[in-house]
Structures are given as structure tokens and as C-alpha cells.
Ligand binder design. Structure first.
Ligand SMILES: [Zn+2]
Length: 129
């Protein structure tokens, strides 16, 4: 998985090849200028768009969308609820970020952790309590 980080100050971008378990805890890196570099979802998506939407691995949930600055918070929540490694990508309009479900089970667990359910789902999908 290639992640793109962009410095908040000098706007330098850096590509990092990492596994999800190797991601920095707060989602940022330190730039050579000393400022923080944050995940750049826009640039990441530009590079992988072709492969998107073909597989479950790239199903971005619009329903569970959050603000891009809430991603770090969501990743912390995920770690505390057995969903560590859930990836977030920016949504079509570039304003928000949604979790990327890797399977139906992942989707079910993610939605249930938030007290939600998939109203269009069938047996085996998350259900209301
Ligand atoms: Zn910098």
C-alpha cells in the first residue's frame, strides 16, 4: 500500500510504502522542514482510481463518511473496537473521508461498532438491535 503524505507548511509530498500496521499512530509524519505531514487522500486516490470500485477492497462507505480531519479520531475508535487497520479514503467530492470495507463482515462490524446497520442488507449483514 502506498500512502502519500503532504507537509502542512512547505507542501512537499512524500510517498511511503507501508503496511497498515506500520502506520504512524496519529497518522502524520515529520517533514524535513520540521512540520507535520498528513495523509493526502486526494493524491493517493489520483494514483489508484483505476482499480477502485472493482472489488470490495475499494468500497468506500459514503453512509459512514466523516470529515477528513476526523479520520485520526475514527482510526483511534477502530483500534479500540477491534477494527484496527480500517482504511479511509476521501469521498468523490473530496470533502469527506469514508471507511474502505474489505469484506461484508468488515462492513457489518464497522457499522455495528457505530450503532448503525445496513438497511439494504440481507441475512448476515448488520441488523438493528
Ligand atoms: Zn515541510
Amino acid at each position: 500500500m502506498t500512502y502519500v503524505f503532504t507537509c502542512e507548511k512547505c507542501e512537499e509530498s512524500r510517498e511511503e510504502i507501508r503496511s497498515l500496521s506500520d502506520m504512524p499512530q496519529d497518522g502524520s509524519l515529520i517533514c524535513s522542514c520540521g512540520s507535520r505531514m498528513w495523509r493526502d487522500y486526494g493524491k493517493e486516490q489520483a494514483g489508484v482510481r483505476q482499480a477502485s470500485d472493482q472489488t470490495y477492497g475499494h468500497k468506500i462507505s459514503i453512509a459512514m463518511e466523516c470529515d477528513r480531519d476526523q479520520v485520526a479520531e475514527n482510526m483511534k475508535f477502530d483500534r479500540e473496537h477491534g477494527l484496527a487497520g480500517t482504511e479511509y479514503r476521501c469521498t468523490e467530492d473530496g470533502l469527506g473521508a469514508g471507511p474502505v470495507y474489505t469484506s461484508r463482515l468488515h462492513q457489518k462490524r464497522y457499522e455495528e461498532s457505530r450503532g448503525c446497520f445496513n438497511k439494504d442488507g440481507g441475512f448476515g449483514d448488520s441488523q438493528p438491535e
